[in-house]
Ligand binder design. Sequence first.
Ligand SMILES: *Cc1c(COP(=O)(O)O)cnc(C)c1O
Length: 368
Amino acid sequence: MIYNFSAGPAVLPKEVLQQAADEMLDWHGSGMSVMEMSHRGKEYMSIIEATLRDMRELFAVPDNYKVLFLQGGAIAENAIIPMNLAGLRTGNGQPGVADYINTGSWSVKSIKEARRYCEVNVAASSEAEQFASIPARDSWKLSRDAAYVHVCTNETIDGVEYHFTPDVAADTDNAPLVADMSSHILSRVVDVSKYGVIYAGAQKNIGPAGVTIVIVREDLLGHALPICPSAFNWKIVADNDSMYNTPPTYAIYIAGLVFQWLKRQGGVAAMEKRNIAKAALLYDYLDSTEFFQTKIVKQCRSRMNVPFFLHDERLNEAFLAGAKTHGLLQLKGHKSVGGMRASIYNAMPYEGVAALVDYLREFERMQG
Ligand SMILES: *Cc1c(COP(=O)(O)O)cnc(C)c1O
């Protein structure tokens, strides 16, 4: 048995890969692979419409929100967001100020890119504590005239996750909350109505790389700065049902299969229960021994990405080699953090986490 703990592109459900293989050469008797279809033909239209419908249903997206399929990944969104929203308050095509909360590597990247397009106020940061926690909401120094407030609700590299939904309306002039949910979207129930924009690259918890999902409240459309490329202007994309340019057709198809799989699992609430159980199994073991360590404050630990360290880092190579022989793949930590990282997204079964914990115990017994 192989279990793949990659942070992304990441494990997909076996059933989905099998179905894609079965349908690879001839989708539903059409005589074509999905890759070969016109994106405007009736076969592909049926695929993208079902994918959209299932995404809205699974994530309980309210009617006054658009769900868009874009390209460029979450990193492109770091520029696309200010280009679409920074002019929200000024109304004259000039960017205003945007507030950002800095909770880890992905926030740092978002802030750096946004600075190319607008003034950025870093309203709170946990950088001085090596991103071991999320700054408490009452410590945030928000701008009254912020165009929007940006958060990364799960830091894939650092391993912190918001377990609360920040309310920013009262301390700003009703600024929309914008969230990078790339690495935990669909892993837990979210009240979408609390956000102005939610975005996510697909390759962590949804499907293959290549499609970016943007969920945007309708009143936030139509404020793009003049420099915004048309293909990244959310209003133009929304008016064209994500077909202003050719969408990433095959990635959307696989995302659609994952959504069908999620529905068969009982939907997002059922997934959240499983994710809580998986994370508890792993963290409880890590907490029970001195041999392994975690550095994140307990209330801020990510359920999806679990960085951990061997007490004796000289054993890192032996640990990874042994993991591989046990079929436990891609456990090496991100180079900026070091140590190990287990990413345990929706498609990672409980048994995979149990196999990892068995290996941790065995390795400790052999070396400890
Ligand atoms: C992976 C990731 C990104 C970057 O996504 P790309 O598809 O490489 O642009 C951004 N933010 C978060 C939280 C991520 O996990």
